[in-house]
Design a protein around this ligand. Structure first.
Ligand code: KIV
Length: 316
């Protein structure tokens, strides 16, 4: 497509950045977050925020809260679908949720997590699956777990015009190889491997990289070393940004939280209370009240009363 056929917009036309006018002021223009915005935020040392979302309503609320990146993480396997780990979730299940989130997100950068088995088998299949996330799901970036060993694949995905978010450290899809969910990079050779992984991802041209479950000191070294913004989860405060799983943020998980989780709300409490109160109200005939019921129009009511009275009079 030539520049002149881009709907009359030049690439740096400010209209290209207009996403929506927020709910606070009709004239407020909130710029769309792009992969370029992430680099600018890193350069300005302005912390980047990222949350996971898996459905329309949550995505919309998170987007309207001003979070810059929204990740449809494969953690949805556990948080939304009740699987034991992330290994069994499929491309089709992921895509179903990416589409729902897409409909709720206007401003944030939308990332989709490549599930286990969607990119490990061969590059052709990996490219096909990454393309599905963009074409069918409307994702803007795909996330791939693994460092050095994924660099060539990541280059191929980027060559296909799809930005990639790397993910190193504690990579949940490697749970069986790691022998559990363990903090990585606690020994010198582990630190060396993590540095090599981070540099390989950076050289491959990732738009950003998630650093999960690594010591703060190591995350700080990586963040200083690479050009790509680092987004930490259990990786300390020196990362360029922070990501949390939405269900951890609002207490919708059923296991004790990891050390790095901070609860910002109690959705479990709100939902449980609402369900219990609804049950109690129905059982005690407190719900629905008359003002929560629909009523017949006056004329229909009068006509109906007439019919019923005639029936009664005729002994029926
Ligand atoms: O799947 C996920 O939610 C993730 C984040 C924890 C980064 O990969």
């Amino acid at each position: 497509m030539s520049i002149t056929s881009m709907g009359g917009r030049l690439p740096d036309d400010p209209r290209s950045e207009r996403a929506y006018s927020g709910s606070s002021s009709a004239n407020q223009v909130i710029p769309k977050i792009t992969t370029a915005s992430l680099r600018q935020l890193k350069q300005r040392r302005e912390p980047i925020t990222c949350l996971t979302a898996y459905d329309y309503a949550t995505a919309r609320l998170v987007d309207e809260a001003g979070i810059e990146m929204i990740l449809v993480g494969d953690s949805l396997a556990q948080t939304m679908l009740g699987y034991e780990n992330t290994l069994s979730i499929t491309m089709d299940e992921m895509l179903h949720h990416v589409k729902a989130v897409r409909r709720g997100v206007k401003r944030a950068l939308l990332l989709a997590d490549m599930p286990y088995g969607s990119y490990q088998l061969n590059d052709g299949e990996a490219l096909q699956n990454a393309t599905r996330f963009v074409k069918e799901g409307g994702a803007e970036v795909v996330k791939v777990e693994g460092g050095e060993k994924r660099a060539d694949l990541i280059r191929r995905i980027i060559d296909a015009e799809i930005p990639v978010c790397g993910h190193i450290g504690l990579t949940p899809q490697s749970v069986n190889v790691m022998g559990g969910y363990k903090v990585q990079g606690k020994e010198l050779n582990g630190i060396e491997q993590l540095m090599r992984d981070a540099v390989a991802l950076d050289r491959a041209g990732v738009a950003c990289m998630v650093l999960e479950g690594i010591p703060r000191e190591v995350a700080a070294m990586i963040t200083a070393e690479v050009n790509a913004p680092t987004i930490g989860i259990g990786a300390g405060p020196e990362c360029d940004g922070q990501v949390l799983v939405f269900h951890d943020l609002v207490n919708l998980t059923f296991a004790p939280p990891a050390k790095f989780v901070r609860r910002y709300g109690d959705a479990a409490g709100v939902i449980s209370r609402a369900a219990r109160e609804f049950r109690a109200d129905v059982k005690s005939a407190q719900y629905p009240a008359d003002e929560e019921s629909y009523h017949l129009p006056k004329e229909t009511k009068a006509a109906l009363d007439g019919v019923l009275a005639r029936k009664r009079a005729m002994g029926r």
